[in-house]
Design a protein around this ligand. Structure first.
Ligand code: BEZ
Length: 211
């Protein structure tokens, strides 16, 4: 199944390290990141899950829960969590889905057929409170992800949901933003009474509105 931005994230029930979970119920009325890793007891994945545990408060500040998945069983996830805490200095503080039958991985198209095996690649889905998919990433197994980038995209999407702005290259929370090109100057005056700098008529830069 091919999933696109704006699609409803497929719901499912699965066993996790924190018990049987119904995905949409677990998301509740906040945001969620669902991310897959290729396999337990592998080095890059160990660093990724340790980093995600370290960033728990940052995700919580954004009203966002995190859940991981791989095709390994829950019992293996639990055993591996000890290694993650020991080597990365952070205990895993989010659920990990066991997906031995690949039901959820197939639902979210997380299996990379060209890789010659049936383990999940490094996919990320950001899901909003309406259960819509707002961002997807797919990395090869060899490249660990940058979880600061995932937080940055959450900041951008949460900001641009509330204001008529977009965020420029390498933007970070607090930096100047760009007024939507669909807004006329007259409309922009109403939304941004403090004004903006017009680098070009279509490139109008203003201070981040919620700061
Ligand atoms: C890793 O997490 O280290 C890994 C997993 C599968 C292939 C390559 C690396």
């Amino acid at each position: 199944m091919s999933l696109h931005l704006g699609n409803t994230a497929p719901d499912f029930e699965a066993n996790t390290t924190e018990g049987r979970t119904s995905f949409h119920d677990w998301i509740g009325d906040g945001w969620a990141v669902l991310f897959s890793h290729p396999a337990d007891f592998t080095p890059v994945c160990t660093t990724e899950l340790g980093e995600t545990a370290r960033l728990k408060d940052e995700f919580a500040k954004r009203n966002c829960k995190v859940i991981a998945i791989s095709v390994d069983p829950v019992e293996d996830h639990k055993a591996w969590c000890g290694d993650i805490e020991e080597t990365q200095g952070h205990a895993v503080n989010f659920p990990i889905i066991g997906d031995e039958d690949r039901r959820v991985s197939q639902l979210y198209d997380m299996l990379h057929s060209g890789e010659g095996d049936s383990s999940t690649v490094r996919s990320v889905f950001l899901i909003d409170p309406n259960k819509k998919i707002r961002m997807t990433l797919t990395y090869p197994k060899s490249a660990g992800r940058n979880f600061d980038e995932i937080l940055r995209v959450i900041d951008s999407i949460q900001l641009t949901d509330g204001y008529k702005v977009a965020t420029p290259v390498n933007w970070r929370n607090g930096d100047d933003v760009i007024i939507l090109p669909t807004l006329s100057d007259d409309e922009a005056k109403r939304h941004f009474p403090d004004g903006w700098k017009a680098v070009k008529p279509y490139l109008r830069v203003t201070r981040q509105p919620n700061r």
